[in-house]
Write a protein that binds this ligand. Structure first.
Ligand code: NAP
Length: 285
């Protein structure tokens, strides 16, 4: 088999995915001959693809919407995180196995620790939103020993569904947006809805902040724009800010390592390159 290493992101749309920029940066940095490409696929026989892909040199895939659940069902082994979410964003081909994992929670928490020194153990966190990304973060916080995780979501049933898969440490709060008391005693506030993505503000703000202590961290998952309305409002309330780009970069690290057996880091060169691409796209839009 060729020594050229291959991986791809599968889903639709993938044309604007930043993953090719990230992984191809690491190929260059580590002197590995390889390529990572976007594959815009939706109606595809994934089972067949997973059989053929390792035979033609693919080490694995990233999986994005709408294929995350379908890919999960085809894995022969999955991590506990993927099993709880019933979805995967990472697939690795290894000795006939299709191994699935979900790396968003890891990416979020690794970035948070690197940027702010945040350690989950014993902490109280507030999550706004209850989609797939919120679930991954709740999972990561609980696995790393958070004392309490509170969730507020426009549709409470989705938040309840997340809480039901964890022990009593995950609590759903009533009211939308949650009252200021939602944030009492929390050291971390995470914005995990799509409100403000690409600057689009549809409906009422999903938060209503009290004055926050300067040690409280407010983290957004959105990275377009980098400075979101959530971060602007949290800054006005006194919090310390973390944008969504670091999570994106860090969730890719375990993927590259699992496919190519090469541990990688997020460095300034990578962050700058991704920001340059985002700025170039913005100026064309
Ligand atoms: P999702 O599963 O589709 O969930 C969307 C969430 O946003 C739900 O909680 C939904 O509430 C809420 N929502 C949508 N429109 C809203 C509005 N107008 N007002 C209030 N709430 C609204 O999405 P996801 O995959 O969890 O992604 C959530 C966000 O995280 C996205 O912005 C995504 O780009 C970002 N993300 C970033 C990274 C990263 O690496 N930085 C990784 C993953 C995701 P309902 O339940 O009421 O509909």
């Amino acid at each position: 088999m060729s020594t050229h290493r291959l991986a791809a992101v599968l889903g639709k749309p993938t044309a604007h995915s930043l993953s090719p920029i990230i992984h191809n940066y690491w190929f260059r940095k580590h002197g590995i001959s390889g390529a990572y490409i976007p594959m815009d696929v939706e109606d595809i026989d994934l089972k067949n693809l997973f059989e053929i892909a390792p035979k033609i040199g693919f080490s694995g895939f990233n999986i994005t919407a709408p294929l995350k659940e379908a890919a999960y069902k085809l894995c022969t082994r999955v991590s506990e995180t993927a099993s709880r979410a019933q979805s995967v964003n990472l697939v690795v081909f290894s000795n006939g196995d299709v191994i699935g994992d979900s790396t968003d929670g890891y990416g979020f928490l690794e970035n948070l620790q690197e940027e702010t020194g945040f350690v989950s153990e014993g902490q109280t966190a507030c999550i706004i939103g209850a989609g797939g990304a919120a679930r991954a973060i709740v999972e990561g916080l609980i696995a790393r020993g958070a004392k309490e995780v509170r969730i507020s979501n426009r549709t409470p049933a989705r938040a309840e569904a997340i809480a039901a898969t964890f022990d009593g440490r995950v609590r759903v709060v009533e009211g939308w947006p949650a009252s200021e008391r939602f944030y009492d005693g929390a050291s971390l506030i995470v914005h995990a809805t799509t409100y403000g993505m690409h600057g689009e503000l549809e409906g009422a703000r999903p938060w209503r902040f009290p004055q926050l202590d300067k040690h409280v961290i407010a983290a957004d998952l959105i990275y377009v724009p980098l400075k979101t309305v959530f971060l602007e409002d949290a800054e006005g309330a006194g919090a310390r800010l973390v944008d969504g780009l670091g999570m994106l970069l860090h969730q890719a690290r375990p993927c590259f390592d699992a496919w190519f057996d090469c541990p990688v880091q997020v460095d300034a060169g990578l962050r700058n390159e991704v920001i340059r691409v985002l700025n170039a796209r913005n100026s064309k839009a």
